[in-house]
Write a new protein. Structure first.
Length: 110
């Protein structure tokens, strides 16, 4: 998985390109933790190019939500592919995360 990090108006945007599975979960977790450690409290994960998410990826996202909640921060997701959105629906993650249609909508919600 390729992880790209950028900033827009105080929002840290992570673009996740590839499979979010057991092989890539630790890399994503490390990148997100670095953002949290540098006091970022507004994280937006652009999953437009995330073609698959496994339980390992879901665990990383759940841990992220818990950490940010404790720090008064927020994580939002955007641009989910239909097959990834289905996994989120089944796992109940649509109740945990706000999911926006695009990066710009995600930024605007902050």
């Amino acid at each position: 998985m390729q992880i790209t990090r950028e900033q827009d108006g105080g929002v840290e945007i992570f673009r996740l390109d590839g499979r979010f599975d057991a092989h890539s979960a630790s890399d994503v977790e490390k990148a997100l933790q670095e953002a949290i450690d540098s006091n970022c409290q507004k994280l937006l994960l652009d999953m437009e190019k995330t073609e698959y998410i496994s339980s390992a990826g879901l665990r990383v996202l759940l841990a992220l939500a818990k950490k940010l909640k404790n720090l008064q921060g927020t994580a939002r997701l955007c641009s989910l592919q239909p097959q990834v959105k289905e996994v989120f629906d089944i796992a109940g993650f649509t109740q945990i995360f706000e999911i926006e249609a695009s990066v710009q909508e995600g930024i605007n919600k902050f």
